[in-house]
Design a protein around this ligand. Sequence first.
Ligand code: NAD
Ligand code: TYD
Length: 356
Amino acid sequence: MKSIIITGGAGFIGSHVVRLFVNKYPEYRIINVDKLTYAGNLANLKDIEDKPNYCFVKADICDFDAIYALMQEEHVDGVIHLAAESHVDRSIKDPFTFARTNVMGTLSMLQAAKLYWESLPEKYEGKRFYHISTDEVYGALRLDHPEELFTETTKYQPHSPYSASKASSDHFVRAFHDTYGMPTIVTNCSNNYGPYQFPEKLIPLFINNIRHRKPLPVYGKGENVRDWLFVEDHARAIDLIFHKGKVAETYNIGGFNEWKNIDIIKVVINTVDRLLGRKEGEDLDLITFVTDRAGHDLRYAIDSRKLKTELGWEPSLQFEEGIERTVRWYLENQEWMDNITSGEYEKYYESMYANR
Ligand code: NAD
Ligand code: TYD
């Protein structure tokens, strides 16, 4: 039986990974380690919380003693590390929290795994430390060079405190392989969308605002380009790479699905309007251009051919189907959304946007 820690399992992507592993591998013990920050929500895992191969441990990844003790108690063989501060706008306001969680937290996970695995007779045999990262570490691509894509060898050039902290954590993970021989893997993925995403990110925020006929704050001119991947496809890639990926390798994961913000926003508006029985496009006038994000990366686009060629992964869902499923999910799960957007978070959101 394999014992696997998944960090950040109460967050957006983590909850999909936990669900996939718990359902697909009844013989594994899946330990979800999450601090439950504002972004962590155990309601994301309601459907699997009673499964016998699942357990939740509330812990901070920066708490080295707690993580090390947990590794010993649970005889952990694998770590899939997703816990992080993940929102660029927050990182601009509060970079320290990003350095603490993303850099020091990752280092704490690495060091705990190192000390525990090196204490075993078999050492690193059969062990794996898999770090989930972002394409944002590569910086930004040009709009007028659509042929340019991020590959696994693209130079790191992070611009935001968020991407700088993720870049730093990626370097630490690779250093633990090169220095101590730890069996690590890193993947860098493009923007995810789908159910259970915290509604400060573009797609769920806008779906909710359209529903309530609130303004849609589009940064700058809405010309920035992102490469969107349905979250369940990312979770499938993580499963494949955790089991079949080569130690010390990096794999880029992306959707080959680039959209200008303003265009994707129009698709979201039309889809919400249609599913709410409104006239399609009726809410286009909610679009409100606001001051651009500081250091706003112009374009991200991933070349995921290595993952396709070496491990046979490709996105399974067409974007039209993915966005339809996503919008439908948020509209059908209004209680989930309302529980988050009421109270403290609402106050935070108002203050965040007060001076825009
Ligand atoms: P999220 O913000 O939705 O979830 C993060 C989770 O980590 C939350 O459950 C939170 O409680 C937990 N967490 C935060 N600090 C912690 C700490 N100190 N100790 C323990 N738990 C802590 O993030 P997400 O969008 O699901 O992203 C997950 C991972 O994937 C991150 O590492 C992120 O950098 C990466 N990633 C995200 C995207 C994306 O589009 N969302 C794309 C590529 C990579
Ligand atoms: P986001 O979901 O924050 O992801 P990331 O910054 O990691 O790409 O934002 C996606 C794009 O949408 C990004 O170019 C910023 C833009 N954006 C807006 O225009 N308005 C908003 O209110 C938000 C949250 C994002």
